[in-house]
Design a protein around this ligand. Structure first.
Ligand code: IPE
Ligand code: IPE
Ligand code: MG
Length: 253
């Protein structure tokens, strides 16, 4: 992006009201391809280009954590060629983006049952995570083989084990204890959740972490999503009054 459009982007948005954590359900690749009589994998390829754009935009805007839902626990049930195609695309994405992540201070992290991913993908993920481990400007959190219910089950198992071993006192468990046993431990709660493609459901994404998130559903298919719409959504987010159950922060006393 050139510096003038970058400057106008910054003028439009209030840096003090930027969400710390943005999560996106990147949906609609298949329908994008179908509309063009293409293969679903072509839709995923185009979707990977949108990922590149949005990662760069989020970094430029100083968003601290960007969580992208790339593959759900349920997505394993898709036809085998589509699953393999997605795994190959993921490897290619990691190879192509490695240097950009390093150069831009972005740390790669994953959430989900990543032990279910093919070894070649796990190796690539581990290499890029090592290369970017010291980066502090932004966390790019890829949800891979992710399901919120599986995350909650894992959390309960860990805490129950600790309790049975006497290292966790059940009476002392708080919301913070629970958050500390989720895949997102140490990260702020999601401020803004975006889903593309017009579907109004969560599809097993981040159930605990979105308790007070602002929600945005756009009909745009993920391959057609871009910087301009992302900035518009952020601007709309900044105009919302997040009350967290309290009375309005502006207006009458
Ligand atoms: C989102 O696009 C990408 C993944 C779930 C991996 P879809 O593949 O779900 O696209 P639609 O919903 O069929 O259009
Ligand atoms: C959710 O999209 C998962 C990802 C975006 C990775 P899906 O396309 O799998 O969700 P459903 O089937 O429409 O609920
Ligand atoms: Mg879908």
């Amino acid at each position: 992006m050139n510096s003038s459009s970058s400057a106008s982007m910054q003028n439009e948005l209030d840096p003090d009201r930027m969400p710390k954590h943005v999560a996106i359900i990147m949906d609609g690749n298949g329908r994008w391809a179908k509309k063009r009589l293409l293969n679903r994998i072509n839709g995923h390829e185009k979707g990977a280009e949108t990922v590149r754009t949005i990662v760069r935009t989020a970094r430029k805007l100083d968003i601290a954590v960007l969580t992208l839902y790339a593959f759900s626990t349920e997505n394993w049930q898709r036809p085998q060629p589509e699953v393999s195609g997605l795994m190959l695309l993921l490897r290619r994405f990691l190879e192509a983006e490695r240097q950009t992540l390093v150069d831009n201070g972005i740390r790669l992290n994953t959430i989900g049952q990543t032990d279910r991913l093919p070894q070649a993908v796990r190796d690539k993920l581990a290499a890029v995570m090592t290369d970017t481990a010291a980066n502090t400007r932004m966390v790019l959190n890829l949800a891979l083989s992710y399901g919120a219910r599986a995350e909650i089950v894992d959390m309960v198992r860990q805490m129950a084990t600790a309790a049975s071993q006497g290292t966790l006192d059940p009476a002392s468990v708080t919301a913070e204890t629970v958050a500390g046993h989720l895949y997102t431990r140490g990260m702020p709660d999601v401020d803004l959740l975006i889903r593309t493609s017009g579907e109004m459901r969560l599809s097993n994404f981040l159930l605990w972490q979105i308790a007070y998130s602002e929600l945005c559903f756009t009909p745009t298919l993920w391959p057609d999503f871009g910087e301009a719409e992302f900035v518009r959504i952020l601007k709309d987010y900044q105009s919302r009054d997040r009350r967290f159950g309290r009375v309005p922060s502006t207006g009458r006393p």
